[in-house]
Design a protein around this ligand. Structure first.
Ligand code: CA
Ligand code: CA
Ligand code: CA
Ligand code: CA
Length: 543
């Protein structure tokens, strides 16, 4: 009897409690399907392609009515395969938004804004998090020759202490560059030869030189990484970048879709790069280079404004500075797609304060590993550090080799219990960002009869939004759709003064532009102003 009750209780708990761990690809797919089933009028799921690893690249479109005709924000998760959180933030955002879709505020939002959510752009790599052997992997299932020795994936990691995860390996040697951290001997830090410091250890990733080429773990499982495979400053010969930009199905699917989506005004990618905690600063020299290397001044101002919004809404502080290294989504979104482009890791290990009761002192040397160990202990997080343990190593037969260190993933992915709160904060940010969307309106509409069937029509077109209709860089693009103002005349009407169609490069935030036309004829006509990134405004005029 008691057993049955426990069994029922267990099943009930399993069904009613939300997931307590990150979702693998199959679970992510189930969550996405559940969303479209629960919200068929607001959510649509399509597979853009299948990876070489056989996994779908999903696109979830959220919005009401004709989603393609509304200004849109693209949300990219799984920008990096080892950043499981990024994918979770993208899916969690979709779930939170749709869960609130019976409220007026979200209903109104989805009537004016479309969200294109790419939940997981690196599903092949991300599965390594859920595999029997866990290691941080960025590359997809394409087979590559990272060291160009004519052999594919010939030297990956080896789990020397058989604990199911790849950590670090230290080799005791007088030529080593590493020494113990002065405040936490579990951690090794680099010596400073300029200060006369001597090292004791080589610090390496866990493994063996399987192909005896003198390099360790130089070419293992994991091919091309999305965040290195895009077009801006692609590092053609770097491992994981691909032989040419957009060589992969995943990157091609993303760019093919987005280049056709003229309505996207902002791209938000979740990955290691961060221009939301600290905006990219305007650099006059970089912004004048022939191949643009810096944000144009008005676009840097927008970055500042959105960064301020991000910090205010999320309250996240002390983010480490990580700058794009080329081929990445953040840079592509701005420099080549010419939209507003933002990126954040969404989480980083907070700075741990010393516990004065335990007589801890501030670290004499700042180090991410030492900080993590202090923070995780304060949080009651256990089993994320493997104590150093000696192993026999074929490459170092007469030396002391030990395996240990921090678990993979823990420095960039928080414990799952923190994810719900992070999803909520980033949902709030993505909703607030849409409040800044460019919105066109027509004011001061006047008609003035001049006799002889002639009427002067004048109006001011304004942008009521917090963002310009196009980025400053977008104004230079031949590819973007410009802001178009059209006088739609009827059968017996004619525009005799002014242009029937006017194209504007952009309309600034809170900016305005005056128009007037001389029109011959009588009856009603309409004037239409719009562009995909700001929507279309129509006014009727009676002559
Ligand atoms: Ca190779
Ligand atoms: Ca291991
Ligand atoms: Ca090799
Ligand atoms: Ca090797």
């Amino acid at each position: 009897m008691r057993k049955t009750i426990f069994a029922i209780l267990f099943v009930w708990l399993a069904v009613t409690l939300p997931a307590q761990e990150y979702s693998n690809f199959a679970e992510q797919t189930n969550r996405l399907n559940a969303l479209t089933k629960a919200h068929p009028a607001l959510a649509n799921l399509v597979s853009l392609t299948k990876t070489n690893g056989g996994k779908d690249i999903w696109l979830l479109t959220i919005g009401s009515g004709n989603t393609g005709s509304k200004p849109a924000i693209a949300v990219v998760g799984g920008t990096e395969g080892n950043h499981v959180l990024g994918s979770e933030l993208a899916i969690g955002f979709a779930e939170n938004l749709l869960r609130g879709s019976d409220t007026d505020s979200i209903r109104n939002l989805l009537a004016k804004t479309t969200y294109y959510v790419f939940p997981n752009m690196s599903p092949d790599a991300m599965e390594q998090y859920f595999s029997k052997l866990k290691f941080e992997r960025s590359g997809n299932a394409s087979e590559t020759d990272d060291d160009r020795d004519g052999k594919l994936n010939e030297d990956g990691f080896d789990d020397l202490d058989a604990n199911g995860k790849i950590t670090m390996m230290r080799v005791e040697t007088p030529v080593g560059e590493y020494k113990f951290h002065p405040d936490d001997a579990r951690v090794l830090i680099k010596t400073d030869p300029a200060k006369g410091e001597k090292g004791k250890y080589l610090l390496l990733t866990e493994g063996i030189d399987n192909d005896k080429d003198g390099q360790l773990n130089e070419d293992g499982t994991g091919g091309i990484a999305l965040n290195r495979n895009l077009t801006y400053k692609h590092n053609t010969f770097a491992p994981g970048a691909g032989d040419f930009p957009v060589s992969e199905k995943e990157s091609r699917a993303l760019l093919n879709f987005l280049y056709d989506a003229f309505n996207v005004y902002a791209v938000i990618s979740f990955g290691s790069n961060n221009n939301l905690s600290t905006p990219i600063a305007y650099n006059a020299l970089a912004a004048r280079e022939r191949i643009l290397a810096g944000y144009l001044e008005p676009d840097a101002r927008v970055n500042s404004m959105v960064s301020e919004l991000y910090n205010k809404v999320t309250g996240l502080k002390d983010a480490p500075k990580i700058s794009p290294t080329g081929g990445d989504v953040l840079s592509w979104g701005y420099y080549h797609y010419t939209r507003y482009s933002f990126s954040t890791p969404g989480w980083w290990v907070p700075k741990a304060k010393p516990d004065t009761i335990k007589k801890e002192k501030p670290f004499s040397v700042e180090d991410a590993g030492a900080n993590y160990l202090r923070w995780s202990q304060q949080q009651g997080i256990t089993n994320t550090f493997t104590e150093w343990k000696q192993v026999q190593h074929p490459d170092y037969p007469n030396q002391k080799v030990e395996v240990g260190g921090l678990d993979p993933f823990v420095l960039i992915n928080p414990p799952y219990k923190l994810v719900g709160d992070l999803v909520k904060k980033h949902t709030d940010f993505l909703v607030k960002l849409a409040d800044q969307q460019p919105v066109l309106d027509v004011v001061n509409l006047k008609t003035e009869s001049l006799g002889n069937g002639l009427t002067r029509v004048s109006l001011d077109l304004i942008n009521k939004g917090g963002l310009s209709t196009h980025s400053k860089l977008g104004e230079r693009s031949y590819f973007l759709k410009k802001l178009k103002v059209t006088v739609k005349t009827g059968d017996k009407q004619e525009v005799v003064g002014g242009r029937k169609i006017t194209l504007l490069n952009s309309l600034d935030a809170s900016g305005s532009q005056s128009f007037n036309w001389l029109i011959k004829g009588t009856g009603k006509l309409s004037i239409e102003a719009g562009c995909p990134t700001a929507g279309v405004k129509n006014v009727e005029v009676t002559l």
